[in-house]
Design a protein around this ligand. Sequence first.
Ligand SMILES: Nc1nc2c(ncn2[C@@H]2O[C@H](COP(=O)(O)OP(=O)(O)OP(=O)(O)O)[C@@H](O)[C@H]2O)c(=O)[nH]1
Ligand SMILES: [Mg+2]
Ligand SMILES: [Zn+2]
Length: 363
Amino acid sequence: MRHAFAVSRQFYSPRPLAGESLGVQASRRLTQRQQARIQHSQDRRRHRANQPEPVCGDDSSLGPEQTGLVITPYGRALIVEDQDRGLHRCAVRQNLGRLACGDRVIWQASSSGEGVVTAVAERRSLLTRPDYRGQLRPVAANLDAVVVVLAPFPELSESLIDGYLTAIAAIGVQALLVLNKVDLLDPPALAALTHRLETYRRIGYSLLLVSSHTAHGLAELRNWLSGRTSVFAGQSGVGKSSLIKALLPDRDIRIQAVSAATGHGSHTTSASTLYHLPDGGDLIDSPGVRSFELGEIRPGDLERGFPELAPYLGRCRFSDCHHEVEPDCALREAVQRGEIAPRRLESYRQLRTALDTAVKSGR
Ligand SMILES: Nc1nc2c(ncn2[C@@H]2O[C@H](COP(=O)(O)OP(=O)(O)OP(=O)(O)O)[C@@H](O)[C@H]2O)c(=O)[nH]1
Ligand SMILES: [Mg+2]
Ligand SMILES: [Zn+2]
C-alpha cells in the first residue's frame, strides 16, 4: 500500500478540541447511545475496509469503502487521495468533527462523482493553531517531524529556537534544525554560527547546513525527510518557501491537480497541503505555521523541551527554586560545571516565567 496505513489502526470519531466553538459543538454533542452507535458503525466500516474485497456501505448509492489520505481542506469539504494517488473532493460526516491535512480516512465515492468521508483513523500526532478567535484548529495530523529553518539573515535567536523546540516536544514529534543560506557565509562566519548551534547537537538534535540557492546539503535533507511526514517552521524570510520549492519540483503540477479536484479550478495554497517528496516522505506545506505560540505549550511540556535539564530538576535546595539567585541551585551549579549551556537555562527560565504568567492570567 502506498501510504503506510496500518490495517489494524483504530478508526474513531475525534473528540472536539479544547476551546472549539461551543455553539457549533453543542449541536453536535452526542448522547452516549449515539456515540456507541457511531463507534459500532465505524467498527463495522473499518472491518469492511480491511477486507480484501470491499463491500458496499450502508448507503447503496455509495461505492465501496476505501482508505484515503487528506491532502487539504477545501471549504467544508476535503480533498482526499486514494490508494492510486487519485484526488477526490469529499464531504465529511458531521460527527467526525474537523479533519486536517494528513488525516487517514475511510471514504466512499458517491454517485455525483464526489465522495463522503465516513471514518477517521486515530492520529499519532496533531498540530493545532489558534484561529482568529483564539480557538484551536487542527492544521496537520500524523506528523513525524517539524523542521526548524534558521538562517544567518534574519538573524537567529536561541530563545526563539528553544521556544520552537519546546512546542515541538509538546506535540510529541521529532525536531530537525536546518541552517539555510550557508552560501552567504564565509568559512569563519560559518564556523562561528555552527559553533553557536553546537549546543543543540550536543543535546541530541540533528543540524543540517543547506542552501536552497546552491542546493548545498539538499541531498542530506531529502534523506532525512524520506520516510517521515514533516512540516517546515521558522521566522519569516529564512527560506522555507525556497526550500520547499527546491524539494518539490512537481509542486505546481500537484497544485493544478488539487485545483482540478476541487471542481472550481482554483486552490489557494494558503491552506495546509500535503505533498509527496520524490525520494519518499511527505511534506505538509502550511504557510500559517511560522511560529508556535506559547499558548500551545502547557506547563508540564516545558521539561520535555529541555531534556538535558532532566537530571537536575527537583535537586535544588528549594522546591520552588527559580534558578536565579537561590543557594544550592542544582541547575546553576550544572551550568558552572559546563554541563548545561548558560543560554539554555536562560531560555528555560524565560519560558517558565511566561508560562506561569499565562497560567495565572487564566490562558
Ligand atoms: N542567499 C540565499 N538566499 C536565500 C536562500 N533561500 C532563500 N533565500 C532568499 O531569502 C528570501 C526569503 O525566502 P523565502 O523562501 O520567501 O522565506 P520564507 O521562510 O518562506 O518566508 P515567509 O514566507 O515570509 O515565512 C528570498 O529573497 C529568498 O530568495 C539561500 O539558500 N541563500
Ligand atoms: Mg514562505
Ligand atoms: Zn534551582
